[in-house]
Every structure is written in C-alpha cells, then in structure tokens.
Design a protein around this ligand. Structure first.
Ligand SMILES: C[S@@+](CC[C@H](N)C(=O)[O-])C[C@H]1O[C@@H](n2cnc3c(N)ncnc32)[C@H](O)[C@@H]1O
Length: 303
C-alpha cells in the first residue's frame, strides 16, 4: 500500500510539561497511584458522560480507560495522540486532566460528535484538544518529531463488525435488543481498518505506527486496547497481530493489562453447550503497552 502524505500546516499545540514534577518522572502520579497502576487486571466503568448508544458509535471505550493511562504515563501539558479517535473519548479524558491531545478518525460524523463532547466539557484549561477528519496514515504530516508523550487508542478489531450482530453473549429473547442482526461497521471506506482481514489489517497497522514512531519521544508509551475475535467457530488472535505489527514498526512490547469486564456483562447467554466449549470473550479485553525504545546512550535504568 502506498503512503501518500500531503504536506499540511504544522499543528499549533503544546507538548511540554507545565507541572513542577521532577524531569525524570514519567508522570505526576504518587508512588501509591503508581503501584495501583502496576496491577495487571484493571476495571474501567462507564459513567454519566460516556456514550453507550451503538447508533452513535458501535465501539466506544469509557473515559476512565484513557484517563487511567494518561494520568499514569504523562505530565500535565504534555501531548497525547489517538490515531483512531472515534467520538473523542481520549480527547475528553485529556481535557479533564489538562493534557494537550490530537485525535484522528476517517469518519466526519464521529469527529463532529467528538467536537460536541469536547464543547460540553467546560473546564477552564490552557490546553487544546483537537479532533481531525483524516486517515491515520497521514498523521506524520501534521507535526514535529519527538513531541508525543503518549499514543493511546482502540483501533478497529480487524473486520469483526463487518457481519450481522448475533448478540451471542446475551441470553435468549434479550438478544433482540434493537442491534440484533445489524451490521455495525464504521464505514465501507477501503482505508478503514474495520474492513480488512487480519493480514491486511496487520500490514496497515505497521504502516500507520511506522509513521507515528518518530513523532513520539523516546520511552513514550503506546497503548492499544484490543480483543480477539470468534468468527465461524474459529479464534482469531487479533492481539498477536497487533503485537507483531507494532514490533515491525519499531515499537518495543512492554506490558499486558487485562480490562476485567465481568461487571459490564450481564444476562449472559450460554453458547456452545454441551459439546463445544467456548470462552466468553466479552468478559475481558487486552490493553497492550509498547514504548518507543530509548536511544542507546540513555542513562536512565529500565527497571
Ligand atoms: C474502536 S473505534 C474507536 C472508538 C474510540 N475509542 C471512542 O471511544 O470513541 C475505531 C475507530 O477507527 C476509525 N478508523 C478506522 N480506520 C481508520 C483509519 N485508517 N484512519 C483513521 N481512523 C480510522 C473508525 O472510524 C472508528 O471510529
């Protein structure tokens, strides 16, 4: 796939820390908050400002998820990037926490919703949060290298949504919940990662993240929320494709977190019983943590 990048006006957005924390700290968190962040299994809940209407967007993560990693991995005033921003959840979290942020999405309608959500957050802040309609491959054209302190996103889960929704994890007659048998893909755009099979998807991710790597500061983290997919009784290990794609792009894999969703899944249906044992994918998601490797002459210990 060719990577055609138009030259754009560089974005005017802050990226330097504005807090008084020591320069060798990765973020403003206390030791106690750091220890909580080290726990592999984390829970994130949807609150009043989260959007859960699948007609607005079929796959939105809760504000608490990007907020957790923004707090843990950036200082106030630093720059956060979400290459697949959807309706702007990462930008809302960044605004709440006084971080600059830029998000990209192919679909204009989603970006318009992101802007409305940002406008509803009336917090006084000297930071900016910008939502842009563009495809993630074009991100390098927007600003300077070594400026992004955290890249965090939930990309499409390959072509998982490109099929009628069967609501298999929902019990019996509750399955027909208005979404049943609906195809809820983001778009038909060929550049949309949600239209791609796993091989094409991994290649696209490698290309996109190869472009993002130079924009990131050394040791800046890159978080990806993803899940594996069941399709026609086969398990597709989407998270492995993501790890390999980012490694090819030059990122180093650091940590796996599990988003424990058991409390978000209720009225669960039984499927596979009694002869085809299938785990309930909806009860967890992966949160994969990479970083831009430090340069060879880095004096800071990795441990
Ligand atoms: C899982 S959703 C992100 C949802 C987001 N976390 C939120 O809470 O709103 C993935 C998004 O990626 C977008 N997308 C797919 N391919 C893209 C591409 N090549 N460039 C930019 N955005 C893309 C889709 O339109 C979709 O909104």
């Amino acid at each position: 796939m060719t990577n055609v990048i138009e030259t754009k006006e560089p974005l005017k957005i802050g990226y330097q820390k504005t807090c008084n924390c020591p320069d060798n700290h990765i973020s403003c968190v206390t030791a106690k908050e750091w220890v909580k962040g080290m726990v592999i299994i984390q829970t994130f809940y949807y609150g009043g400002r989260d959007v859960r209407d699948k007609n607005v967007h079929p796959a939105v993560f809760p504000i608490s998820l990007p907020a957790h990693f923004i707090k843990l991995l950036t200082h106030k005033g630093e720059l956060v990037l979400d290459p697949f921003v959807g309706i702007g959840t990462t930008l809302v979290a960044a605004k709440d926490l006084g971080r600059n942020a830029v998000g990209f999405d192919l679909k204009e309608e989603y970006v318009e919703t992101a802007k409305k959500r940002l406008a509803q957050t009336t917090l006084e802040s000297d930071t900016r949060q910008i939502a842009i309609v563009d495809e993630a491959r074009n991100i390098p054209a927007y600003w300077e290298e070594n400026t992004v302190s955290l890249c965090i996103t939930s990309p499409p889960y390959a072509n998982m949504l490109n099929r009628p929704r069967l609501n298999k994890s929902i019990r019996g007659n509750l399955r027909d919940n208005g979404q049943y048998l609906k195809v809820q893909q983001y778009s038909n755009d060929k550049r949309d990662l949600g239209t791609m099979d796993h091989e094409e998807y991994a290649d696209a991710l490698t290309e996109i993240y190869s472009g993002i790597l130079p924009l990131m500061r050394p040791r800046a983290h890159c978080i990806i929320n993803i899940n594996d997919v069941w399709w026609e009784n086969k398990r597709y290990l989407t998270h492995i494709y993501v790890i390999e794609a980012l490694q090819k792009a030059g990122f180093e894999f650091r940590n796996t977190f599990i988003w424990d969703k058991r409390d978000l899944v209720n009225k669960v249906g039984i499927f596979g019983w009694p002869n085809n044992f299938i785990s309930l994918g909806a009860t967890m998601e992966y949160i994969l943590d990479f970083w831009k490797p430090p340069s060879q002459d880095s004096k800071v210990s990795d441990q």
